[in-house]
Design a binder for this molecule. Sequence first.
Ligand SMILES: Cc1cc2nc3c(=O)[nH]c(=O)nc-3n(C[C@H](O)[C@H](O)[C@H](O)COP(=O)(O)OP(=O)(O)OC[C@H]3O[C@@H](n4cnc5c(N)ncnc54)[C@H](O)[C@@H]3O)c2cc1C
Length: 471
Amino acid sequence: MSADHTTDVVVIGGGPAGSTMASFLAMKGHAVTVFERDAFPREHVGESMLPFCYFVFKGLGLLDDMKERWVRKPGVRFIDVDGITNTAWCFHHHIKGENSLSFQVIRSEFDDVLLKHSASLGATVRYQTKVTNVDLDDDGATVYASGPDGDQIETRARFVVDASGRETFMSNRLGTKVAHKELERTALSCSYWKGAKFIDTLEEGLIQIVYLGGEKQGWIWCIPLGTDRVSVGVVVNSSYYRSQRKELLAQGHEDWKMALYLKEIEAAPYTKEILDGATMERDLMVNGDYSYLCKEKWGDRFALVGDASAFIDPIFSSGVFMAMRSAQILSDVIDQRLNDGVEASEPAFVEAYDRVVSAYDVIDRLIRLFYTPEAINFAQLGSASDAFTDFDHYQNAMAVYHFLIGGDFFEVANKYRGFIETLRDPKMFAGFKNLVIDRPTLSATSCDLGHDTAFHEGLRAHEVRREIERV
Ligand SMILES: Cc1cc2nc3c(=O)[nH]c(=O)nc-3n(C[C@H](O)[C@H](O)[C@H](O)COP(=O)(O)OP(=O)(O)OC[C@H]3O[C@@H](n4cnc5c(N)ncnc54)[C@H](O)[C@@H]3O)c2cc1C
């Protein structure tokens, strides 16, 4: 056992939630130690960011770096099963600030930059160090970890933040994790397709979401990550995934996951077209069983944040924003707890988690709406032929939706919750007039920002630097 360490806060995990928490706490003057299980950089899913992330990057002092390094994201395009019916949701049509242009990132590099930033702000970061146990007591916690050489590290902390992602370190031990069986999905993805055709709004930097119909209950994402790099992920219902396993193995496919991934890409007209002749430059990643929530989110001496607290479905690209914004909000109340004690800071904890839980609830409702076949189909919603154009307050609904899918979950969660429910009842639209921001044309098939806004000079220069470093 190595010598004892003491710190104010131990953060378990150095993904976006952990690094954001560590950075904000370090900025407030606390001693923070981050234990990260893996060596960085490491691959991770979750590349498309929401516009409201912008303010968190600003708070971290990373906005200029983000603008210099990454593809800008002006919006989202939903494409129906037929490959023809589609809608392009351009954030700047309704969100009038600079944040209407979001980012799409290579996660290995993005997470690495964020965690190095925490270290530059004073946090101690220990890579390849896995937390194995946490003993909570009245004054704090003793955290046990195993280092790169198998060395055992014992650390005394006044507070522990679990940011271990889908490992859900604390909830597994507390027995408080609840799976959403009905939203069970499996994602097969590759973060680097080279030689894809950048057609339509992909050329403008929009993420493309392709509906998969019937029993698949899924979708495909195409995220532009560079001038010649697209991430493509296939998400399907886990029961369809299991039935395909049987079928493809029976057909003699040894690598049945790859066979399924390529089969779905080939079956969807849009991906078939853009990936014709393109090559996979990274391994296939498989992510399954990712819909759950953890009931006990904080105690006197611990708090859960990011995927360690809840995760539902990545359809609206909300995960990284939720992880980072929650960490920012919770860093304030942890600061208060460290300064003023448990009793004095408890009301602030209740309020902060109420905001976070309400925001997750908004997304949960939005996701369930997406998977309800008789409700809204985002690919059809904005097309002129659709029945929704008859709604009196159709334009209002569109404005609200832009804010919703832009990530405005935290400030007026109750209104959004009500709004989502009323989409099942058109007559109720009138109650939401006050959320209207603007009413520009609704039938855009382009965001009219051109290629160079997304694939700007800074990005191109950075791609050259990255290639030189790689060689
Ligand atoms: C298929 C799929 C697609 C997605 N697409 C998007 C998207 O387009 N946009 C988006 O915003 N989000 C997306 N997400 C969600 C996004 O990936 C997550 O919400 C985000 O990474 C959460 O960040 P986090 O810091 O909470 O967890 P993570 O990023 O998972 O970080 C957790 C860290 O904890 C470390 N760790 C775990 N256990 C221990 C331990 N015992 N000791 C020490 N360290 C430990 C891990 O090594 C890891 O580095 C997607 C998710 C999935 C599954």
